[in-house]
Write a protein that binds this ligand. Structure first.
Ligand code: FAD
Ligand code: ZN
Length: 480
C-alpha cells in the first residue's frame, strides 16, 4: 500500500468513514470553509483538500489516521497555520486531508511542585504562557505568532523565537509527548521526568519532524520561575560586528540575566516605519543597526536597572554602541517589542521578500551579513536589505525585499537563484539553511543540495521505519 498517487481523489467511502471518525462538527468540506486551511500566511503556498478534519480527542485522531493508513491517504497535520515554509499546506491534487488540532485544546494538568504543564497539541502558545503566569511560573517560548501558533506546531517545528539564548528552543522545553503514529497506534510518552535514560529518547525524533513521522496530540512542558525584575533597552550601533562584541561585553557583566538580544538592521526598521502604521523611531538619531535587549531575574523590581545602565555606559565608553534607551515602563518595553514582532508584516507591506532563516557560528555573523550583502548587490541590483534576528543564537533572518522594479512574479522567479547565493555563503561559513522555521516545502531542494548524503540517508531510514507507506505529511521535509 502506498499514499494515494498524485491526482487520485480520495474515494467517497473513505470520505464517509473519515467524516464519522472526526466526530460531530469535526469535518469541514465546503471549499469556502476549507480554503483558509489550505493557504499559507506567507509566500503563497496553497493546495486543495476534500476534507479538513478537526477531531477533539486523541482517540478520534487515532481513528482518522488508521483509516488514512488503510486507504493510503496523505495526512497533513496543521496547528495554527503560522509556519513559514509551506509545511502545513496540502498539495493541490485532492489526495490528502488536513488534520487540524484546533479543537484538541485542553490544558490537562499543571504540577507546580514538578514545574510542569500537560497540554494538548491545539492549545495556543499564548494560552500556555498565560496558564503558567496564573500559577506564578514562566513558559518561556516567545515568538511573533504566539497569539495563534499552537503547541503541536511549536513542537513539530522545534520553534525558537526571542528567548532561546536563555531558555533554549522548544526541544529544551519538552519533557514528554503523546503521539499518534502513522499506523494509528498511540504512543503515550507523557512522562514528566527530567532524567530518563531508559533507551532512545524517542520524543526528540518527533520534535522538529514537521508532521512527517506522526501527529503530536499532547505534551508535558517545563515551567520556570516567573521573573520578578526586568529591563528592556533599545541600542543604536554601527554594525553587526559591534552587536556581536556588545553581546560578549554584556554577557561578561550580566551573565544569565540576558533573556533576549535581537539585532535589527536600519533598513528593516525603515520598511516598518514606512509600511506598518503605529510605530515610531525610538531614537532621534539614525543608527545603521539596533539591538533590542531584555534582562530578567528573580531579584526585586528595578534591581537590574543600575547594572544595565552601568554596562551600557561602559559599552559607550568602549565605543561599542552609539546610543541607548532604557524603556521607562512596561508599556514602552511592549512598544519596542511590537516593533520587533512586526518586521514580518513590514516585508509584506514592502512588496514581499525572499526569506532566509539561517544560522552561522556567532563569530561569523558579521562576515555572513557583509558577504551576503555584497553578493546580492552584485547579483540583484535594487534589492532592499532587510536583516534581523537572534544574534545570540547565530540565527539571522536575512530577507532581502523585492526591488521596486520587480513585480511579484519576478520575485518568485528569482527565489531559487537568490537562495543559492545566500545559502552558498552560509554553507561556506559552516552554517545551516534552516535555523528555526524548518524545511516544509520551501527548503526541500536546498536540504537535498546542502545536507550530507549520509545524513539524508539516516533521515530517510527513520521515515521508512515509522511511516513505511509515506502517509504523514507527504513531500514535506523529505522529497516524496
Ligand atoms: P503550523 O504552521 O500549523 O505547522 C507547522 C508544521 O508543523 C507543519 O509541518 C505541520 O504539518 C506540523 N504540525 C503542526 N501541528 C502538528 C502536530 N500536532 N503534530 C505533528 N505535526 C504538526 N518561528 C520560530 O521558530 N521563531 C520565531 O521567532 C517565529 N516568529 C514568527 C513570527 C510570525 C509573525 C509568524 C507568522 C511566524 C513566526 N514563526 C517563528 C513561525 C511559526 O510561528 C512557527 O513555526 C510555529 O511553531 C508554527 O506553529 P503552528 O501551530 O502555526 O504550526
Ligand atoms: Zn526568528
Amino acid at each position: 500500500m502506498s499514499s494515494n498517487p498524485i491526482g487520485t481523489p480520495i474515494a467517497a467511502g473513505a470520505i464517509e468513514r473519515l467524516r464519522a471518525a472526526a466526530g460531530p462538527g469535526g469535518a469541514l468540506e465546503d471549499p469556502s470553509d476549507t480554503a483558509p486551511y489550505c493557504k499559507s500566511f506567507r509566500d503563497g503556498w496553497e493546495g486543495r483538500v476534500p476534507l479538513v478534519l478537526r477531531p477533539q480527542t486523541t482517540a478520534a485522531v487515532a481513528d482518522v489516521v488508521r483509516i488514512c493508513a488503510e486507504a493510503g491517504i496523505g495526512v497533513v497535520p496543521q496547528g495554527g497555520n503560522t509556519g513559514l515554509t509551506g509545511g502545513s499546506q496540502p498539495h493541490a491534487d485532492m489526495s490528502e486531508i488536513i488534520l487540524s488540532t484546533s479543537r484538541l485544546n485542553q490544558i490537562r494538568a499543571i504540577d507546580i511542585v514538578n514545574d510542569t504543564i500537560v497540554v494538548e497539541a491545539g492549545v495556543v502558545l499564548k494560552a500556555v504562557q498565560s496558564a503558567a503566569e496564573r500559577v506564578d511560573r514562566l513558559f518561556p517560548l516567545s515568538l511573533g505568532a504566539e497569539g495563534s501558533c499552537q503547541i503541536g506546531g511549536n513542537i513539530s517545528t522545534n520553534a525558537g523565537g526571542v528567548q532561546v539564548l536563555r531558555y533554549g528552543n522548544m526541544r529544551n522545553l519538552v519533557l514528554g509527548l503523546e503521539v499518534v503514529l502513522p499506523d494509528g497506534s498511540v504512543w503515550n510518552g507523557l512522562r514528566a521526568l527530567r532524567k530518563d535514560n531508559a533507551g532512545y529518547d524517542m520524543k526528540q525524533v518527533f520534535i522538529g519532524a514537521e508532521g512527517t513521522l506522526g501527529i503530536v496530540t499532547a505534551a508535558v512542558l517545563r515551567l520556570l520561575p516567573k521573573p520578578t525584575a526586568s529591563e528592556t533597552a533599545w541600542i543604536g550601533l554601527a554594525s553587526p560586528a559591534a552587536a556581536v562584541a556588545l553581546l560578549g561585553h554584556m554577557r561578561a557583566r550580566l551573565g544569565e540575566t540576558i533573556s533576549a538580544f535581537e539585532l535589527i538592521g536600519r533598513s528593516a526598521l525603515d520598511l516598518l516605519l514606512a509600511g506598518v502604521p503605529g510605530h515610531e523611531d525610538p531614537m532621534s538619531q539614525v543608527h545603521p543597526w539596533y539591538v533590542l535587549m531584555e534582562l530578567t531575574s528573580q531579584g526585586v523590581a528595578g534591581s537590574l536597572n543600575a547594572p544595565l545602565a552601568d554596562a551600557l555606559a561602559a559599552a559607550l565608553e568602549r565605543e561599542l554602541i552609539g546610543d541607548a534607551l532604557l524603556a521607562a515602563s512596561g508599556a514602552q518595553a511592549a512598544k519596542l517589542w511590537r516593533m520587533r514582532e512586526s518586521l514580518v508584516e513590514a516585508q509584506q507591506a514592502a512588496g514581499g521578500s525572499i526569506a532566509h532563516d539561517v544560522s552561522v557560528p556567532v563569530s561569523r555573523i558579521a562576515d555572513f551579513i557583509a558577504r551576503a550583502d555584497a553578493a546580492l548587490a552584485a547579483a540583484c541590483p535594487g534589492m532592499r536589505h532587510c536583516a534581523f534576528g537572534h544574534v545570540g543564537d547565530g540565527n539571522i533572518h536575512y530577507n532581502p525585499v523585492r526591488p521596486l522594479d520587480w513585480n511579484a512574479a519576478r520575485l518568485r522567479q528569482e527565489r531559487a537563484r537568490v537562495n543559492r547565493i545566500v545559502h552558498d555563503i552560509v554553507a561556506d561559513l559552516g552554517g545551516s539553511i534552516s535555523a528555526e522555521h524548518g524545511v516544509g516545502q520551501s527548503r526541500l531542494e536546498e536540504l537535498e543540495h546542502y545536507k550530507q548524503s549520509v545524513e539524508l540517508d539516516m533521515m530517510r531510514s527513520l521515515k521508512r521505519a515509522l511511516d513505511p507507506h509515506g502517509i504523514m505529511n507527504p513531500g514535506k521535509l523529505l522529497v516524496r
